[in-house]
Design a protein around this ligand. Structure first.
Ligand SMILES: [Zn+2]
Length: 366
């Protein structure tokens, strides 16, 4: 049986400095009763700007407790139904977006995602990650469609912590290599088919953009301004990587990330930081050409992304603990099985050790 080629994406993507100041213009295309899920901190920072855009009829703000749990999803869904909101927005980081996507899905409303950091490729996806009330991972909720609008204000992102932007580069760095591996095996992607040539091309464009513009973008963020390079990297981190992972396929880099979360030491590091080390491991698992490994490692060093275990708090990790990481990464339910060769806990373990040795060598030369 041959699978169909499938590509999914948000219905509309808008990016630029100060786009939040015109939020009403964008939500008017979808409905007239707007609720915005956000943290107390985000509300404090952006409420006045948003209210100015709406004039007399202000949107309603729904402050959530910081967790995308079933309790919080139900609480938001009840408010949406009781007051018949027809546009559900989220403003902030990943958990606010996961919450809005899930509540909008259960109440069949339009959803608008407004990221205030560019730390991962989650905003564009048709996926919510659900946690318990205590913040432990519970399940993935695969949604029937992507957000109706993703609105990215680069003036806001330029002033966000620079570390979040760099972590987004780490998440985006995985996209091309994972899509390339998935294609070699003709895997089914999150989009529910095999990758289109479009999805593959966007994944490649994501990598090329990172290589050409990351250092300039990081400097712009340090200066707090949305330069053209920052615009390019925000788009790569959010849109290219978002479509690239979802419609291009995942591989060992994210499986290694997921494995690393088994160890407490990794919890102080951002998703994309762990993914960057996952990319190095992925390349060693593939026995990628030395030239490519050098390019990726030099790239990581140029922006400050991890290339060795010590960079993610695991200087003294034992082989027993690393084997637990490797076993989790090689689980049949994770995405290392998308690699175009057999992956066992032993092969993941070997690749982690080899990538770490190489990363330490690079650090000693630097
Ligand atoms: Zn990711």
């Amino acid at each position: 049986m041959s699978l169909n080629r499938v590509l999914i994406a948000p219905a509309r993507y808008v990016q630029g400095p100060n786009v939040i100041a015109n939020l009403k213009e964008h939500t008017d295309k979808l409905g007239d009763k707007v609720i915005i899920a956000l943290s107390a901190g985000a509300k404090k920072r952006l409420e006045a700007t948003i209210n100015a855009s709406y004039g007399d009829v202000k949107p309603t703000y729904h402050v959530f407790n910081g967790e995308c749990s079933k309790t919080e999803i139900n609480r938001l869904a009840e408010v949406i139904k009781a007051e018949n909101f027809n546009v559900v927005c989220s403003l902030g980081g990943g958990k606010a977006h996961d919450l809005a996507k899930a509540a909008a899905y259960y109440t069949k409303r339009s959803v608008v995602i407004i990221p205030t950091i560019a730390s991962s490729d989650a905003p564009c996806s048709a996926l919510s990650v659900i946690y318990t009330d205590d913040g432990a991972f519970e399940e993935y909720l695969f949604l029937p469609r992507n957000p109706d609008l993703v609105l990215v204000d680069t003036a806001v992102i330029a002033k966000a912590p620079v570390r979040t932007l760099v972590a987004g580069m780490g998440d985006a760095l995985a996209t091309y290599f994972e899509a390339r591996a998935s294609k070699q095996k003709d895997c089914t992607t999150c989009a529910g088919g095999v990758a289109t040539i479009t999805g593959q091309a966007l994944a490649r464009l994501c990598y090329d953009t990172l290589l050409s513009d990351s250092v300039k973008a990081k400097l712009s963020a340090e200066a707090g301004v949305p330069s053209q390079a920052l615009e390019a990297i925000v788009e790569a981190n959010t849109l290219l990587s978002g479509i690239g992972f979802e419609s291009g396929g995942l591989g060992a880099a994210h499986a290694v990330h997921n494995g690393l979360t088994v160890l407490e030491e990794s919890h102080a590091y951002l998703h994309g930081e762990k993914v960057a080390f996952g990319v190095m491991t992925h390349l060693f698992m593939e026995n990628a050409p030395m030239e490519e490994i050098e390019t990726v490692a030099n790239y990581c060093l140029s922006v400050g992304l991890p290339i060795a275990l010590g960079d993610i708090g695991m200087c003294n990790v034992s082989d027993e603990d690393l084997m637990r990481v490797a076993a989790a990464a090689a689980a049949p339910t994770d995405t290392a099985v998308n690699m175009p060769f057999h992956v066992s806990a032993e092969t993941v373990f070997a690749a982690i050790k080899a990538a770490d040795a190489y990363g330490r060598m690079k650090h000693s030369q630097h």
